[in-house]
Design a binder for this molecule. Sequence first.
Ligand code: NAD
Ligand SMILES: O=C(O)C(=O)C[C@@H](O)[C@H](O)[C@H](O)COP(=O)(O)O
Length: 560
Amino acid sequence: MNVNLTATVNGGVRPRAVIIGMPGAGKTRIGKEASGMLDLPFADSDIEIEHEAGMRIPQYFEEHSERAFRELECRVIGDLIDSFGGVLALGGGAPMFEATHRLLERYIEDGGEVIYLEADPREAMERARRAGGRPMLAGDSDRRWMELFEQRDPVFAALATSRVATHGFTPAGAARKLVDMINEHKVHVDGKGIEPYDVTIGEGAMNHLADVLGSKPVRVALIHTTPVQRHSDRARTLLRQAGYEVSDIVIPDAERGKTIEVANGIWQRLGEEGFTRSDAVVGLGGGAATDLAGFVAATWMRGIRYVNCPTSLLAMVDASTGGKTGINTPQGKNLVGSFYTPAGVLADLKTLGSLPNDIFIEGLGEVAKSGFIKDQAILSILEAHADELRGFDGASFGSGPSDSGAGSSGDLEDIVAQLIERTVMVKAYHVSADLREAGLREFLNYGHTLGHAIEKLEHFRWRHGNAVAVGMVYAAELAHLVGYIDQDLVDYHRALLSSLGLPTSWNGGSFEDVLALMHRDKKARGNTLRFVVLKGIGQPVHLDDPPADAVEEAFRRISR
Ligand SMILES: NC(=O)c1ccc[n+]([C@@H]2O[C@H](COP(=O)([O-])OP(=O)(O)OC[C@H]3O[C@@H](n4cnc5c(N)ncnc54)[C@H](O)[C@@H]3O)[C@@H](O)[C@H]2O)c1
Ligand SMILES: O=C(O)C(=O)C[C@@H](O)[C@H](O)[C@H](O)COP(=O)(O)O
């Protein structure tokens, strides 16, 4: 899957990824194969150096010195970082030279990706011995390799933005892994009161589970629902392979899982199975499962580590990130919960392959919301690809390479990946500035005041994203009635949402019931209603205590 968000440094081209690793790790072979899969050029810094020097590297070492070689290497790598737009493999010792190390750090600071290709030491040693021609391995090549490994491994591990272990993989399999890694996107979430974490988006993102959980947990509670069994099986295997004791906890599906009874059942299991403060929770599934898992993690022993593996579009773009955890109560939606941030979010795009069409479409409701409140580019992508998005078919999603021609599933994957990344960035922007929802974060609630009331009155049989879609049309009508926006923008809400297959009206309850529930919304203050409305696209504002007749008239306009 190629997400073509342009990679640039200071407006110029930069490598899509830089590969580092020990001699014999397969940087050139695997790197070349991966760049072929990505349809990108490949460069090997050693070959570029030989061109520049006009001689082979061993000869350069002999005629000059290691230091002179490292200086030349640093210049060549610097030029490549400034001008080469493909996959770049570096000579084994390059990151050990201080000036080159600094270059790589700067490249990473600018958003570049340095991948440490880790091979089985015995295999790499043998390959390096067989290939020969490496001055740094002169003499007893295996012993020298081990010495260098001990010096370099900690430096590589600390520098790299990610690692790819190739042991047990064919070169093509390792290249595929590398491609998945290169295509991954990370959105960083940071800010006051937040232990920083990343949202990793990509095929195979779930492979990072053990990295994100870390070495402290002994036991991991894997909380999931039945429809995502095949993904939780994979997670369980990954966790067991990494040495964790896994408690597989299946919860009732969708909103039926977000209850105090379900949470209580899990607390009992955690108690019986000896979960301590250093153990962890993994929430895997749609937003309901990740909300519940986060709530359990937040409350067990007053808070243990948790990682979210969202598997629905809505959970990927919204629910899994930001630390709003919670359950529903008979009084309403999400009324009990806490702000408790995950240690990481792994949005594995492969899981979307089993997602039903209607649940995918529902997720587009929250995607559109992010477009309306912050990122107009999201709305443009939705408009341009409404037909393909509305026709989403999990069975063919993820099956086609992105260069397989117009209209291929690869194209749709690129579009979906871009939408997820952009929407998560909108979420991260609001959460980073205002974790506890004192003001700015409330903008993420656009469409939710009526949306949550609809969900409650429909006994949670209406999907969340669908209810939010109607809620946004309601908020647009309200904004128009108070004079903030013109009719065109209201019409645009209806046209865009319905082109995506989302509902724009509702007539399942009385205004009085809706009003009572909107008064219980978490944004309400005392007896005063508080809405999020727009003054234009990307210009959300709070609307406190709007005129009662406008609140009712807007409702009438969506009830047709
Ligand atoms: N915490 C937050 O910030 C936040 C944000 C938005 C929404 N939410 C909450 O998220 C929930 C809605 O999330 P949702 O839309 O994912 O609904 P959901 O969790 O109810 O999932 C919808 C259905 O899809 C299934 N499913 C999920 N992934 C699947 C996959 N890959 N393959 C097959 N089936 C799959 C689920 O098991 C479920 O049956 C609501 O409870 C909402 O309140 C929370
Ligand atoms: O993260 C937020 O903040 C949001 O408001 C995101 C919403 O899309 C989401 O539906 C959230 O669960 C709503 O939270 P609530 O506090 O209104 O229950």
